[in-house]
Design a protein around this ligand. Structure first.
Ligand code: E4P
Length: 231
């Protein structure tokens, strides 16, 4: 059940340099990948990449299946899950995906139901036994629907049902404001592109404040040196 108010930060990338850097900030609780993100890492082997991520981040690491039928998803899922206990198998929010979730759950394998665009998909995914559901906030905003309202609706539906333990993983995060909005709407996790996390820590007044403090410090040191010279 989602109680809201405490959102974990995941990184949405398959780029090992980005993951290593973001992990050093101490804020990462997990990583999500998808076939498009993997395709950006030219020449990288999928299994090696996922296993390298598990060494960098101690938390759920999502690896996506590419089969269109449940048998194929289950087969891929079992293979991925054998790579590391932290691997979460991503399946699409389709009827075949639901079958795969139920079968993988029976095998003790955790799933992430991805490409979720309405609360019915999320509810059925939860009922089938998904570990997390991934509503895509930015892609809904792109078609003039509210991704944040979807997070809120799923959180409300899950909160009404004590049996649901599925977490809400807000995906397709496009800007820092999204992170706060999904947190307030009841998401358990926000998976963010590297760029969005960098932007999240940027503020012109922080940079200006650092410059002012350093200038004042240097001026103070110059005064001390000058007064030491005259004494
Ligand atoms: C989630 O797990 C997906 O990888 C991701 O958030 C998709 O976002 P996009 O709309 O930026 O491709």
């Amino acid at each position: 059940m989602s109680l809201g108010g405490s959102v974990k930060i995941f990184l949405d990338t398959a780029n090992l340099r980005e993951i290593e850097e973001a992990a050093s900030w101490g804020v990462l609780s997990g990583v999500t990948t998808n076939p498009s993100l993997m395709a950006r890492e030219e020449g990288a082997d999928f299994q090696e990449t996922i296993q390298a991520i598990t060494r960098l981040v101690d938390g759920p690491i999502s690896a996506e299946t590419v089969s269109e039928d449940a048998d194929g998803m289950v087969k891929e899922g079992k293979t991925y899950a054998a790579w590391h206990p932290n691997v979460i198998v991503k399946v699409p929010a389709t009827l075949e995906g639901l079958k795969a979730v139920a079968r993988l759950k029976d095998e003790g394998i955790r799933t992430n139901v991805t490409l979720c665009f309405n609360a019915n998909q999320a509810l059925l995914a939860a009922r089938a036994g998904a570990f997390v559901v991934s509503p895509f906030v930015g892609r809904l905003d792109d078609i003039s629907e509210s991704g944040i309202e979807l997070i809120q609706e799923i959180a409300d539906v899950f909160a009404m049902d004590r049996e649901i333990e599925t977490q809400i993983l807000a995906a397709s995060i496009r800007h820092p404001r999204h992170i706060l909005e999904v947190a307030k709407a009841g998401a358990d996790i926000a998976t963010c592109p590297f760029k969005v996390l960098v932007q999240s820590m940027k503020h012109p007044l922080t940079d200006k404040g650092i410059d002012m403090f350093l200038d004042d410090w240097r001026r103070r040191e110059a005064v001390q040196v000058a007064s030491a010279g005259t004494s």
